[in-house]
Design a binder for this molecule. Structure first.
Ligand SMILES: [Fe+2]
Length: 168
């Protein structure tokens, strides 16, 4: 199965986001946490890396069309853009459809989820908590965190990131 390189997908992500450095930094942060989680979870790295880089790729289109970056609009607008990018980089059909499926519900987990989805979801969650929640509030969420993450590794990495007490 043909899968585009991380470098090529990163370049396309940067091209779509243009001068929007905040979105670029977000995608790269999600990628770096995904790579950390992938070291211990047996997910498919290529799929997770593509989903990490492209998960919010519909955000500007959502803002243009609906004046909102709400999750459900991103979920509608992201997959066609991701599909175009991945196909232009020669990705196989099965790969494209799995990555686009993840992007298309990345804020709306289903009853049963793939490990690839879970790793992307946990990585995005870590970055969103890190960047959007006051550290003092995070400290009060230690127990709640356990119910927020899909993977044990995601939870460990989150604890390590927020409280410096991961692993074991
Ligand atoms: Fe995100």
């Amino acid at each position: 199965m043909s899968t585009p390189s991380k470098e090529a997908m990163t370049a396309e992500m940067r091209r779509v986001f243009g001068s929007d450095e905040k979105r670029i930094a977000h995608a790269l942060s999600v990628l770096s946490f995904a790579e950390k989680i992938l070291q211990r979870e047996q997910a498919d790295s290529n799929t997770v890396i593509a989903a990490a880089l492209l998960h919010d790729i519909g955000i500007q289109e959502a803002e243009r069309k609906y004046g909102s970056n709400a999750g459900r609009y991103q979920e509608i607008e992201g997959p066609p853009i991701a599909k175009r990018i991945l196909e232009s980089l020669g990705a196989g059909q099965q790969f494209v459809s799995e990555v686009c499926d993840i992007i298309g519900h990345h804020h709306s987990p289903r009853e049963t989820e793939t490990l690839n989805f879970m790793v992307l979801y946990d990585s995005d969650l870590i970055v969103n908590l890190r960047d959007d929640v006051e550290p003092s509030r995070l400290a009060g969420m230690k127990e709640k965190l356990e119910r927020m993450f899909f993977t044990g590794t995601g939870l460990d990495v989150a604890r390590d990131t927020f409280f410096g007490t991961g692993g074991a």
